[in-house]
Design a binder for this molecule. Sequence first.
Ligand code: HOZ
Length: 430
Amino acid sequence: MPLNLTRSRQLQQRAESLLPGGVDSPVRAFRSVGGDPPFLVRAEGAYLYDEDGNRYLDMFGSWGPMILGHAFPPVVEAIREAAGFSASFGASTAAESTLAGLVQQCFPSLEKMRFVNSGTEACMTAIRLARGFTGRKFVIKFEGCYHGHSDAMLVKAGSGVATLGIPGSAGVPDETVMHTIALPYNDLEAVRQAFATRPREIACIIVEPVVGNAGTIAPLIGYLEGLRDIAHQHGALLILDEVMTGFRLSLGGAQQLYSIKPDLTTLGKIIGGGLPCAAFGGRADIMNHLAPLGPVYQAGTLSGNPLAMAAGIATIEHLIANQHTIYPRLAKTTAEIASGVAAIATERGIKLTTNQVGSMFTWFFTGNEVFDYASAATSDTAAFGRFHRAMLENGVWLPPSQFEAAFVSIAHGEVEVALILEAAGKALRR
Ligand code: HOZ
């Protein structure tokens, strides 16, 4: 039965007259999966509710932040309390150091850090800092990895750029990306060659340690260690972009899971408990190059915003206190969902490759193993689009792109696993 989305369509018309594409971020427009997005009015736990009264099981978690589920009471309470004291000061507060202390407890490699408002800002500034610290210009990134929408990173990017099937972005002059080197993920030889071609010119390697923005792709054994070793042999820095993986794959993110100590790390999403917040940090000698201590400039009126700090503190305190139950449970629930649907596909002769790391996963509509962007791109995106639309009609909201990870929260349990398997049983057709 098609969903009744009458009010959503009215709201979309108004939105389209005021906002380009009716959205504030391109992938929300559902262009690559066909159909139009329901307009949401509230969410609780693992469920989203739209303006027409439809309910959906949330499998994208606001693109990652909602690890505790929606409207988690301690987070709601913390935001409420902070709001009563003012939404913004633009001056220092104790909460910034409280959150920084909690982050450092989880990520010991962040000897110092700075809070910003988005993953884009965190990555853009971490790269500027790496360039300022090393005095070098070139940056290595990987195809299908997405580090926000700063000019230098819009080269062979994942997320919405891959979703829309475009090479980069108009408005980015060639001169701005001439120092960005894009290489295939999981290929150390390509990295060695890049350093051999440009010895002493490469400032840093930035990588999603587990890719989420081309769909979920895990690093091959030894890959992350290899990146660190090659970078360090050549006097370059390793930046782990843990905007998605931080606090998600383990309390200490991918760097804890894979025992890799980067020079710099970027964090976002979960760190703000759903409010706009991100951070970058790492070695103190590098971070001390930031203004006002050093010559690398960065600033932000709303950085360290008190509401975002409060939501982040409440979220991370809960994760720390319950880490030994939360992370194993998340991985178990995710495995049940990911492999349960994969089994249905196999039974029906549908080619599906399932990649899962902790509570991130992707069903790629391909028979090939997916280990880099080129292999992810062998997916049948039209088949994914049909699956997405059918799942939505059956009450399950997947990320609206083949090239985005799905996320599970602590609000997902046995009932939700059963619900998604039932929906997939109806949606998966040859
Ligand atoms: N980093 C987010 C997921 N790839 C972006 C979400 C969006 O594009 O709206």
